[in-house]
Design a protein. Sequence first.
Length: 212
Amino acid sequence: MCGAHIRQIVKSPGKGIRLRDFHYRRLIVVSTLLERDGLVAKWRRINFNMESGLREICELNGRGEAVPHPHPSARRQIVLTDAYCQITEQIGHVAAMAVAVTTPSFGIRIPDVVWMPPDSWEGIDRDTPVPFVPALCVEVLLDRDTPHDIDLRVGAYLEGGAREVVVVGQYGQVQFWGASGLLRASTLGITLSLDRMYFDELAPSSVQDVCR
């Protein structure tokens, strides 16, 4: 409702914008910032002792509840590293693994790999989640406890400003998602060639079945 109201204001300049409309929009922005700051503060409290013995870092869902983010299995780490290396070789050395990012509606999440242009990294506090979603996010479903939430993750990343989301299925299938939906190929020019020996052997009849 709030977003629709803002779009209506922007698209109808001829009708004039009253002062209360500006005030309403300002309240929305302030509310959003307060919610985001609250999530970040809670995330920092939960993960503060990570270096002093906490075994798992946590994500936060949209309600601010902690969601365990287990350490990846050995083969999953290999696939993540391979994807990271290929991305940096193809579009530049400004990628990172396991960086917490702030989404508009799905809380604070940790994509397996992220990439964005160098200037987007400037001023980012490395001790707190990135306050927005990077241009590229990669999720690998191999050995994941909760692969069923991938559609929500993809939607949240794109809603938060990602140009593209790459999903690697448990059988090695690679999907590229953009604002218009499933893409035939990466708009960023990425191609991932991942060794099938690390993936499960039986392939599903449809690639989309893996990511539902």
